[in-house]
Design a binder for this molecule. Structure first.
Ligand code: ATP
Length: 246
């Protein structure tokens, strides 16, 4: 059994948000509220699209779920741990062990090889001495079909290949929750489809919960569930019927 696998079995509810509000200080006399009381529960293995118009608050929501930003009000628990009163050190721990990120711009270290990029999150993790770290990174690169490119510097890879490296890197700690903010937005249709299918496969095989922001209705329709954010509120939270979506 994978060293990191057991933690996925501990709690069925991966994300629980209650009445989450977020305001920003924009220099105006009053703060501007962007998220107006979001409630959201995601269970293990759910693959959920986040859709909505530009500026509606999708990235703000993802940053809060990813513990990169704090809510102004409300509660947020990740894998059963209530996070809103945690200090930065505890948030970093919860984030590092439970959450993976894939963004539209993959933020790879361009001069480093594909393998080295995937190894980055494992550096300093006690359970991964050097040899095991290399083995795990190689296994992850293999799972995204990039073994032939493992020693290639990231800048020499295509956009789709770089995004697959970013996905392998996000999976390094076997996160219970993967947050993907338009990970296919910068790719041609074929590469976008390949990255999406890969995410789908990993989610199914590992029971990983995915929150996937997309502007592409055809990709949203292939997710289990769609959350629609409009003006900082969830207006629609519907299950996609497998019988309707081919
Ligand atoms: N740090 C910040 N300070 C002030 N306002 C912010 C901040 N971050 C986001 N906003 C504002 O919050 C609103 C929602 O932004 P957000 O990026 O979450 O939208 P989005 O739905 O992800 O948009 P898009 O689809 O265009 O990426 C916008 O009006 C934005 O200007």
């Amino acid at each position: 059994m994978d060293k990191l696998e057991a933690k996925h079995n501990t709690n069925d509810v991966v994300l629980k948000m209650q009445n989450v509000r977020k305001s920003f200080n924009t220099g105006l006399p009053n703060e501007v509220e962007i998220l107006h009381g979001i409630d959201l529960i995601l269970k293990r293995g759910e693959f959920c699209a986040v859709v909505g118009p530009s500026g509606s608050g999708k990235s703000t929501l993802l940053n809060i779920v990813g513990l990169l930003d704090r809510p102004t009000e409300g509660s947020l628990s990740i894998c059963g741990e209530e996070t809103t009163r945690m200090d930065d050190h505890a948030l970093t721990r919860v984030r590092g062990h439970n959450i993976g990120f894939v963004f539209q711009f993959h933020n790879l270290l361009s001069a480093f090889s594909a393998l080295e990029n995937v190894m980055m999150p494992l550096l300093g993790e006690a359970e991964f001495p050097n040899k095991e770290m290399t083995e795990r990174a190689a296994m992850l690169l293999d799972s995204v079909g990039l073994t032939p490119w493992r020693d290639q510097p990231a800048y020499q890879l295509s956009g789709g290949q770089q995004q697959r490296v970013a996905l392998a890197r996000a999976l390094a700690m076997n996160p219970a929750l993967l947050l993907a903010d338009e990970p296919t937005g910068n790719l041609d249709t074929k590469s976008a489809d390949a990255v999406f299918e890969l995410l789908r496969k990993v989610s199914r095989e590992q029971g990983m919960t995915v929150l996937f922001v997309t502007h592409d209705p055809s990709l949203a329709a292939r997710c289990d569930k769609t959350i629609k954010v409009v003006d900082g509120k969830v207006v629609d939270d519907k299950e996609v019927d497998d019988k309707v979506v081919s």
